[in-house]
Design a protein around this ligand. Structure first.
Ligand SMILES: [Zn+2]
Length: 360
């Protein structure tokens, strides 16, 4: 509460507004949508903390909500000593994080990243109206969110509500595939670049200036001392012309496209399956975002790959660029990996709790 002199700390201000919003919310969850708090604390506290977050964000620009943003749940998600949200109220561990913060964050992720606001809001409203003045149980919530939206959310509820898995996706590698168009100048040129790009070995370097027998007897040199098997020959040219003559127009137009095929190798280290959101920076300075649904993990929930077909050249890829998935380790979200920088403190900073009292 505020001090005698009428001043108050930032924490007091937002704590007061937040708690009033929260308690007003309880008129609806669980007083109207009458879930059983003694069995499933999350059904009223989690849902209510979620709507509290929505109301706080409508209060003022950048309201500092304590719970709701995915990045605020990261520490809890990677903590030990956890039980799933779907645990009877009496047996919960880390009560506030388990029953308030995690379900509120899960619903926020579902709304922003998985379903989209319109579809989520429609389904959530349907849940509240369908179960108004009734006694919903967890399956009633899960089922209503699915059948009102028509979206299969089993994987989401399983991961977030029935396990203690966390999200830690990583980009393990990036490989580029280039289409060979058969042009001998292009293909042999590429091979030559590859060959000449190899480092000179230690022996080759030491042998380079050694006197050779062919220096003394130049008549030993012949055709093969001049010939480079990566030179384009008359025969190569003829073969390519014949190849072109056999193509129809559509095949010919495909040859003209200079497309890069990139395979992005992804790994799921945390267990929790989530959509894959990639921010792709190209060498020409442009940036593009591509979003892949969580279904990319359906065949294999530990590793998968996505394909990016583009005329441009990729320089870096960043996974989850807007921090919307509560990914607990962001170092492995960037490819190629970036150097990490850590600050260490020379002195302990002291911050005033109530800056209103420090004013002159
Ligand atoms: Zn409450």
């Amino acid at each position: 509460r505020p001090e005698e002199d009428g001043t108050y700390s930032k924490r007091t201000k937002y704590g007061l507004i937040g708690v009033i919003i929260h308690e007003v919310g309880h008129n609806y969850f669980p007083m109207v949508v009458n879930s059983d708090e003694r069995q499933w604390t999350w059904m009223d506290e989690g849902l209510n903390t979620f709507v509290q977050y929505l109301a706080e964000q409508e209060w003022e620009d950048e309201y500092p909500s304590r719970r709701g943003e995915p990045r605020n749940i990261v520490e809890y998600m990677s903590s030990t000593n956890q039980v799933p949200i779907m645990t009877n109220s009496e047996s919960l561990l880390q009560f506030g994080n388990n029953a308030y913060a995690k379900p509120a964050t899960a619903l926020n992720v579902l709304r922003e990243t998985v379903m989209g606001r319109d579809l989520f809001d429609f389904a959530f409203r349907e849940y509240a109206q369908r179960w108004m003045f009734r006694h919903p149980r967890p399956a009633d919530f899960f089922r209503t969110m699915e059948d009102a939206s028509g979206v299969d959310l089993d994987w989401f509820f399983r991961g977030w509500f029935y396990t203690t898995d966390h999200c830690d996706l990583s980009i393990e590698g990036l490989s580029q595939f280039v289409l060979d168009n058969g042009d001998p100048y292009v293909m042999k040129g590429r091979d030559r670049e590859e060959r000449d790009g190899k480092p000179e070995t230690l022996s080759a370097r030491r042998n380079r200036d050694m006197p050779k027998r062919t220096d003394r007897f130049p008549e030993l040199l012949d055709f093969y001392n001049e010939f480079d098997d990566l030179d384009v020959t008359e025969k190569d040219r003829e073969a390519y012309e014949e190849f072109l003559e056999d193509l129809d127009d559509e095949e010919k137009s495909l040859l003209g496209l200079e497309l890069n095929f990139y395979k992005v190798d992804l790994r799921n280290h945390g267990g929790l399956v989530m959509p894959v959101i990639l921010e792709i920076a190209y060498e020409d300075g442009t940036i593009e975002e591509r979003r892949f649904p969580a279904e990319v993990w359906r065949q294999n929930s530990e590793e998968t790959a996505t394909l990016i077909i583009t005329p441009r050249t990729i320089s870096t890829i960043t996974l989850d660029p807007h921090e919307e998935t509560a990914d607990v380790d962001t170092h492995n979200n960037v490819f190629p990996r970036q150097q990490t920088r850590t600050r260490f403190e020379m002195f302990k900073e002291k911050r005033s709790k109530n800056p209103m009292q420090d004013r002159d």
